[in-house]
Design a protein around this ligand. Structure first.
Ligand code: GLU
Length: 438
């Protein structure tokens, strides 16, 4: 156990940006690593955007990523009286003053120091400094009587006993203001850790224009929560070796703020896709198998008479998204499998292809046994006698029997499809090629 208390303090807008949820992940891991508390505070003061649906989206997103919190959710709007009381105290102490906004009433303004330097040590960015003369007094209560973010945020952090604030570095400038507010309110400030900006390939802040930016979008696209979690952790943190895929337990054990990076973190979609594939590959076989079967059946395909375990074994290691199932392996379940036009053009429209396919079919028919070795040897012998590379046979045969250029190793695939179907497909394709209908 430790006294550490951290919080995720999102402002619900209806969508949860990955930069925000990354902050949640870092806070959660830090709390779990040190045995402290992770709290959720909903900064819902923007009443137009913080609708019940927006809050629901946020909570669902936390649940999807298994970010559990240790105390009941605090809603910032419930604390307005406390924010206003703090403003009164600051006014009474001369740390704030009122300003007349004409007919619109008065707002409350916090006094910033006028000379010297403001400094603090950021747990990620190191020593941070700012000249007092470069800062300005700022509004803490609007003329309509509503507290401003800075005041509410600091008062709530005091109220909740927050010891560490881990958030995006778009808040660095605010931190100088927040530290003065803590001091003026007689409270010990938390330690701050500002996470690096997430940037696109051009080094600009990652935004909607760069692709999916909200957690919900990744969910819809079929990313696993575990993969997204792991990927976001690596946007600003790395373990002390080259490990990239970590279990939740390993993350908790290895996480530390001093391994957080201060340089911008590049969002690499290819890496996320790879990561997703890694997670799918590591799922227990039964879990993957269940998902696989459900999707095959949903597509209206029959699994009767197929070696489903063999297919699942082959496909698990090469599935990057569940949504690819069964589109990427329809050929295991139907004779009506689609042909990829590019694959056909590249692999089947060459000279002599129908002859190759027919010759393979004839030799496969004659084999005493149809297995990995025998199916391979036929093609190896053909290549040898023609004095060509095995690829000359392998590629057309693959596209002919599967319609696509990717998938399991050819011989594994052939054995799973079965001799009868393989030979029939090879002959059908040869015929269609001759007729010019493929
Ligand atoms: N509501 C603020 C945000 O979402 C909170 C920042 C903080 O963590 O202090 O940016």
């Amino acid at each position: 156990m430790s006294d550490v208390r951290v919080r995720f303090a999102p402002s619900p807008t209806g969508n949860v940006h990955i930069g925000n949820i990354r902050a949640a992940i870092f806070n959660w891991l830090y709390a779990r690593h040190v045995g402290g508390k992770f709290l959720l505070r909903v900064e819902d003061t923007d009443l137009e955007r913080s609708t019940p649906e927006a809050i629901q989206t946020l909570l669902a997103c936390m649940e999807w990523l298994k970010l559990d919190y240790d105390e009941p959710v605090v809603y910032q709007t419930h604390n307005v009286q406390k924010h206003l009381a703090a403003a009164e105290k600051l006014l009474a102490d001369g740390r704030a003053y009122k300003e007349d906004k004409g007919g619109k009433g008065e707002c409350v303004i916090f006094r910033m120091p006028k000379e010297g330097r403001l400094e603090y040590t950021d747990l990620v960015k190191g020593r941070m400094k700012k000249k007092a003369e470069d800062t300005q007094d700022f509004v803490i209560v609007r003329s309509d009587g509503s507290p401003v973010f800075h005041l509410a945020n600091v008062v709530d952090d005091i109220e909740q006993g927050i010891t560490h604030v881990i958030r995006g570095d778009d808040h660095v400038e605010n931190t100088f203001k927040h530290l003065e507010l803590f001091k003026a309110l007689g409270a010990t400030p938390p330690q701050y850790a500002h996470l690096p900006m997430i940037v696109n390939n051009q080094g600009k802040p990652y935004s909607k224009r760069d692709g999916a930016a909200f957690v919900g979008e990744f969910r819809e696209q079929g990313f696993l929560p575990e993969a997204l979690f792991n990927f976001l952790l690596l946007l600003g943190w790395a373990p002390d070796d080259n490990t990239e895929v970590l279990t939740r337990e390993e993350m908790i054990e290895r996480f530390s703020l001093d391994r957080c990076k201060s340089s911008a973190a590049r969002f690499d979609m290819k890496k996320l896709i790879w990561m997703n594939g890694e997670y799918i590959r590591r799922q227990p076989r039964e879990v993957y198998g269940k998902e696989f079967l459900t999707r095959v059946r949903e597509a209206g395909l029959s699994t009767e008479g197929v070696d489903i375990d063999g297919i699942v074994e082959q496909m698990q290691v090469r599935t990057k998204f569940y949504s690819e199932i069964p589109g990427n392996c329809t050929y295991f379940f139907t004779e009506d499998y689609p042909f990829d036009p590019k694959g056909v053009e590249k692999r089947l429209h060459g000279e002599g292809v129908p002859e190759i396919l027919e010759s393979v079919a004839e030799q496969y028919d004659a084999l005493p046994a149809f297995d990995l070795q025998t199916t391979h040897d036929v093609i190896a012998a053909m290549a040898e006698s023609k004095g060509v590379n095995m690829g000359v046979m392998i590629h057309p045969v693959r596209v002919a029997v599967s319609g696509v250029t990717e998938g399991p190793g050819l011989f594994e695939m052939l054995v799973l499809i079965g001799r009868e179907k393989v030979c029939a497909r090879l002959r059908t394709v040869a015929k269609r090629l001759r007729e010019g209908t493929l």
